[in-house]
Design a protein around this ligand. Structure first.
Ligand code: HEC
Length: 139
């Protein structure tokens, strides 16, 4: 009984999450601060920690590249793709107003880059930490 209740509430939470992501994706336009709020909610309301985000971004996670390998240690300037050498526009929203304004684009790149760098998807808490740090970077 308690087991089925538990899995039901887990299922319900997953459904809410999907609904939240879908409405974000269909609305398509979002503010970086709204996206941060959504990741925070998904993480169970853990307080995002910018310094943990900075550390995550600059650390090796046991794979060839770090986030910083392509985006630069402080991503306020144009980065360079570590594989192809192609330029990458700044990641910090204050230096690139298009960043974190399209939830489906953000999610697509988080998925791809976290798989490359960490070997798995990033958790909502990790995304919240990363975005909280990027939002501290100001001209
Ligand atoms: C191999 C190079 C590479 C690495 C390593 C990399 N990225 Fe990226 N990243 C890119 C490219 C290319 C894009 C898409 C081009 C663009 O948007 O300018 C991108 C885009 C993004 C975006 C999309 C932001 C938005 O909303 O526009 C996020 C978020 C991101 N990267 C985070 C990360 C994080 C976090 C890591 C480390 C876990 C990381 N990246 C590692 C190359 C990389």
């Amino acid at each position: 009984m308690s087991n089925s209740l538990l899995s039901l509430s887990g299922w319900y939470r997953a459904l809410l999450l999907v609904l939240a992501m879908t409405s974000m994706a269909t609305a398509n336009a979002a503010l970086p601060s709204e996206l941060l709020g959504a990741y925070r909610t998904q993480s169970g309301n853990a307080e995002p920690d910018p310094s943990r985000g900075q550390q995550f971004f600059n650390s090796s996670h046991g794979h060839e590249w770090r986030c910083a390998s392509c985006h630069g240690a402080v991503p306020t300037q144009t980065g360079r793709h570590a594989g192809t050498g192609k330029p990458i526009a700044p990641l910090a929203p204050a230096f690139n107003p298009e960043r974190f304004t399209d939830a489906s684009k953000t999610e697509k790149w988080f998925r791809r880059n976290c798989n490359d760098v960490v070997g798995r998807e990033c958790s909502a808490a990790e995304k919240a930490d990363l975005l909280a740090w990027l939002l501290t970077l100001k001209p």
